[in-house]
Design a protein around this ligand. Structure first.
Ligand code: FAD
Length: 233
């Protein structure tokens, strides 16, 4: 059920860095804060006017902690990147409708870079809540060092037979790499999933990636109604 947006203060508890400019932040939050996987929150530092949107990367079952995967690109995100533990922020949320309807039984998610954030929330929730819906996450990164939460993602399929994760690297071929290489397109999806019929595709990431995957799915005959996306560019 959709929860109305609330105004809360959150405090930075921990941060883990991936590559040069991305961190996963864990904030302490009122344990009654509820959201749907795929929704986002908006944040600002106390005293600032403008809020900034970030997808929720945590499981809905993880009460009291809010996880966000954020790339430092401009003033707000760079300030957050350098903020000490204990820093507080003002939150308005949850917001957004990039959520998966309960009757969707086979979901394919394609995240580019930090565009994986809402899908981390979906697969974490699927494992924690033992959902029976089949979810496959395609996660595209430039290099191995940028793969957020890699150890956890590697372990997810062992926790739930309904969750699969495919990581693809676009700018590096590490020795012994068993994942995919190159950009996600319809042929990679067909190789991993078999037929694309009856599946719904959720795309999130840079505009160019989202546009490229949409075009490729269209070329493979996937109806537009089966492709949902959120582009942040
Ligand atoms: C619904 C929604 C969900 C989002 N979820 C996330 C999320 O989970 N994680 C996340 O990191 N970001 C997410 N974003 C993007 C995030 O809101 C912006 O990156 C952030 O507000 C930028 O604020 P800033 O002050 O740091 O940069 P600004 O000062 O606003 O921008 C600085 C410069 O960076 C460029 N820029 C802005 N955003 C990006 C970007 N994403 N990639 C490359 N260049 C960019 C701008 O064009 C500008 O030139 C989301 C956006 C939306 C709309």
């Amino acid at each position: 059920m959709v929860s109305p947006p609330r105004q809360l203060t959150i405090a930075l508890q921990a941060a883990t860095q991936y590559g040069d400019d991305v961190k996963e932040y864990a904030f302490s939050i009122d344990p009654t804060f509820a959201f749907l996987p795929g929704q986002y929150v908006t944040l600002r530092f106390p005293g600032e006017k403008r809020y900034h949107a970030f997808s929720i990367a945590s499981s809905t079952n993880e009460r009291g902690t809010l996880r966000l995967l954020i790339k430092a690109v401009g003033e707000f995100t760079k300030r957050l990147f350098n903020a000490p533990l204990g820093s507080t922020l003002e939150l308005l949320g949850p917001l957004g409708t990039f959520t998966i309807p309960a009757d969707e039984n086979e979901v394919v998610m394609i995240g580019g870079g930090v565009g994986v954030a809402p899908f981390l929330g979906v697969v974490r929730t699927a494992c924690d809540a033992k959902l029976t819906r089949k979810c496959t996450l395609f996660y595209s990164c430039r290099q191995c060092v940028e793969i957020a939460c890699k150890d956890e993602l590697d372990e997810l399929p062992a926790k739930s037979a309904n969750v699969a994760v495919v990581v693809t690297l676009t700018r590096e071929t590490p020795q012994g790499w068993a994942g995919e290489l190159g950009r996600v397109d319809a042929s990679m999806l067909q190789r991993r999933l078999g037929s694309l019929d009856g599946k719904t595709f959720y795309l999130c990431g840079p505009e160019a990636m989202v546009a490229g995957v949409r075009e490729s799915l269209k070329g493979a005959g996937v109806p537009a109604a089966r492709v949902r996306f959120e582009a942040w560019g």
